[in-house]
Ligand binder design. Structure first.
Ligand SMILES: [Zn+2]
Length: 299
């Protein structure tokens, strides 16, 4: 038994986790501001509310680049720089059990994998405000030598729209809500949320259908790269934008079938998971079952 904690820009969600599923209620706590102290207090509160005993382990998913428990930077917490979050949280909670901290999308991939019985290689993309990702290969979360690998949202898929990572033409510049809004503005539409683009496309508005077509082509290219690279048993697409599977799915999958390596395409199941908000909580707890520090060791 472990407690999984998902930290987002507006608050913290957590639950007890057993055998790849939440066990009991998901508890939530808002954060007073985006300071490290406020977030630590919120985590402490949810762990206490879940009756975190001294021997319980706590796993935490945090948006941003995380290396060996240290949050290097986070889009949701712009003031954070090299915050040793795992150590600060360990000191705060004073548990005997392990405390682990990792990137939220990496953690969501672990959660999706645990929910599927911890079998088969898995690639996950979270299509939300940004695009995050995670890869499970041979039972291990792939994180690279410094913990910041598997940034699947920042693979090049085309175009020259600037990305927050410093690159151009990243998957994130097309298939995130930020990307949909940027694409809509490029054709003169003043939208503020990606949802508005999806709604306009469902109403048959030409400009919005064109924006979604662009996103679908980008997603098809991204899926092709990922399937060719990792030969996964399953690709899970989650996050708010994945709820537009009716618009994105057919063209993206047609592109994948036309251009991917055939044996890998044939054996990859594509799952549209919608918001799938429990993945990050379940996966955060599953960090404790990964080899100690194996996902973040500098090698
Ligand atoms: Zn990028």
């Amino acid at each position: 038994l472990a407690i999984g904690v998902d930290i987002g820009g507006s608050g913290v969600r957590a639950a007890r986790v057993r055998e790849g599923a939440t066990n009991g209620p998901i508890v939530k706590c808002g954060v007073a501001d985006r300071s490290v102290a406020s977030v630590l207090s919120a985590v402490e509160e949810v762990v206490a509310e879940l009756g975190g005993g001294a021997d319980v382990g706590v796993g935490v998913g945090v948006p941003g680049f995380v290396r060996d428990g240290t949050v290097l930077r986070s889009p949701n917490f712009p003031e954070w720089r090299d915050v040793p979050f795992r150590r600060l949280l360990s000191d705060r909670l004073r548990l005997d059990g392990r405390v682990e901290v990792a990137n939220d999308a990496n953690v969501a991939a672990l959660g999706a994998w645990a929910a599927r019985g911890s079998r088969g290689d898995l690639v996950l993309l979270t299509l939300g405000t940004g695009v995050g990702g995670g890869v499970i290969s041979g039972g291990r979360l792939l994180t690279g030598s410094g913990g910041t690998g598997a940034e699947l949202g920042h693979i090049f898929v085309g175009g020259d729209r600037a990305c927050g990572c410093g690159g151009v033409g990243c998957l994130e510049t097309w298939c995130s809500t930020v990307g949909l809004v940027a694409a809509a503005r490029e054709v003169g539409r003043e939208v503020v949320h990606g949802r508005q683009v999806v709604e306009a496309a469902r109403e048959g508005e030409g400009w919005a259908l064109a924006v979604l077509d662009g996103a679908a082509l980008a997603l098809g290219r991204g899926l092709t790269t990922l399937v060719n690279l990792f030969n996964p048993a399953v690709v899970v697409l989650s996050g708010g934008v994945s709820q537009a599977s009716d618009l994105l799915g057919p063209p993206a999958l047609a592109y994948l079938r036309a251009h991917g390596v055939p044996p890998s395409v044939d054996s990859a199941e594509i799952v549209w998971a919608g918001r799938a908000e429990s993945f990050a909580i379940v996966g955060a707890a599953a960090l404790l079952s990964q080899p100690e520090h194996g996902w973040s060791e500098g090698r």
